[in-house]
Design a binder for this molecule. Structure first.
Ligand code: MN
Length: 445
């Protein structure tokens, strides 16, 4: 199964639309995405000046993704949780393919400007790849890592890259740079979402000595398929649409940014790391795959994160029922649904959540009689079950995510809201309920 098979599945389920009007890769494509954000996934059939289509929107909503995995929407998160659990219980070694589809066509000279990489937001510093799965190997142990990083095209064979603090790729790079050598990578564009889920598994669930590609193998139902690269000692993803073989240069820093990020704010331009491209290979008739930053990242990361948080927090506290990364919270706010077995346990769950995922800024805990997918219902619990003097936890100066503008020097306060009622439940917390009727049985004119 490759990206084109996934597009076909979304098409068959009525979850894909084609934009047939030619669009400009600079700003216009991003503008169309902004209007259609949240709906069906899109294929832009015609990008002005290029003969390669572009797809976005796979993660705009959970229905699109559910169609690919043949799974009901409300079970996607638990499917991803099983996949992550398999990483420890039954890891699967990827297979190496000869004649990989991703190597059907080799660009004679690597030239990124021949790819319709869009410039999305109005103040972006240039064209960006924002959902490529980057593979690398630990310079000491050889353990493979899969992760996603934004890449700004700066020349035919050059890109700027952001390697956030705490990511394994950054760790690998710093050890390579200390030896004065580049870190070899492959940049894989247009992959099955199983690889995306694997690459977004947080390090609390996939530590640095584990290859998260096992998560992809579980979801694919067969070992992840890799291919030997032509110029670097790191494999590419055999079914990717495009594989860029490259290295991250030691000691070199060049301006990268601004970029309209998942937080809804621009990341500022700064001198950051530099990728030098050595080869570009692709499928026959490839299709470029990008994310429209925002909702796609909440959903794309959120689903996997929910699964990982559920697993990690459940080990620490009892009574956890559901986990939801809220849409407004752009992966910084999680709502936990739990019935704490005793008073105070909701606060332990808050601490466990922050420990499980350092990007989180806010955790809200509600009981199982609250619909965590409904912001109004959560708000009602907040104003009726959270006594601010007692039930708000603030942890000043904790490590956070650098793309969040409230975070400075990787630090900001974190806040947890315990919106659960006391144990045992006082009668005053019984919610008003009504008879359950089938409204279809009633004539309402
Ligand atoms: Mn890793």
């Amino acid at each position: 199964m490759d990206l084109k098979d996934c597009l076909k599945k979304m098409q068959d389920a009525g979850r894909l639309a084609h934009v047939t009007t030619p669009v400009d890769a600079v700003h216009e494509l991003g503008g169309v995405c902004a209007k259609l954000d949240g709906g069906k996934a899109l294929v832009f059939d015609h990008i002005k000046g290029y003969d390669m289509p572009v797809t976005t929107g796979m993660w705009w909503n959970r229905e699109n993704v559910a169609a690919i995995f043949d799974t009901p929407v409300d079970q996607l998160s638990s499917l991803f949780a099983e996949a992550v659990a398999s990483l420890h219980q039954n890891p699967v070694t990827p297979v190496l393919m000869e004649n990989a589809p991703a190597q059907s066509v080799v660009m004679p000279e690597p030239d990124l400007t021949k790819l319709p990489v869009p410039t999305l937001a109005l103040l972006d510093g240039g064209p960006y790849f924002d959902n490529c799965v980057i593979l690398a190997k630990d310079p000491d142990t050889g353990v493979r890592n899969a992760s996603i990083h934004r890449l700004m095209v700066t020349d035919k064979d050059r890109m700027g890259i952001l390697m956030d603090m705490g990511r394994h790729l950054r760790d690998y790079y710093e050890r390579a740079e200390a030896r004065g050598v580049p870190l070899e990578i492959t940049i894989n564009n247009g992959v099955h979402p199983a690889y995306f889920v694997a690459a977004t598994t947080p390090s609390s669930a996939a530590p640095i000595d584990e290859d998260e590609l096992s998560v992809a193998s579980y979801l694919l139902g067969e070992p992840a398929r890799l291919c030997r690269s032509r110029t670097v000692d790191v494999e590419g993803i055999a079914d990717a649409q495009i594989v860029i073989e490259a290295e991250i240069l030691p000691y070199v820093r060049e301006p990268e940014g601004p970029f309209g990020e998942v937080s809804g704010y621009y990341a500022a331009q700064e001198d950051r790391w530099v990728v030098s491209v050595k080869a570009i290979t692709m499928q026959m008739d490839p299709i470029l795959h990008l994310l429209h930053p925002g909702r796609e990242v909440w959903n794309g990361q959120g689903l996997g994160l929910e699964a990982n948080l559920f697993r990690t927090i459940s080990k620490q506290v009892k009574g956890l029922k559901k986990v939801y990364m809220t849409h407004g919270g752009s992966h910084y706010h999680v709502v936990l649904q739990m019935d704490p077995p005793s008073n105070g346990m909701a606060k332990n769950a808050i601490c466990a959540a922050f420990a499980a995922f350092s990007d989180l800024q806010m955790v809200t805990v509600v009981n199982s009689d609250v619909n965590i997918y409904d912001a109004e219902d959560v708000e009602r619990a907040m104003v009726t079950r959270c006594d601010p003097a007692r039930d708000i936890v603030i942890i000043p100066g904790a490590f956070g995510h650098e793309l969040n503008p409230v975070v400075h020097d990787n630090m900001a306060a974190k806040m947890g809201f315990d919106c659960t009622y006391p144990v045992p439940k006082p009668a005053s917390y019984n919610r008003v309920s009504f008879a359950e009727v089938n409204i279809a049985d009633y004539e309402v004119i």
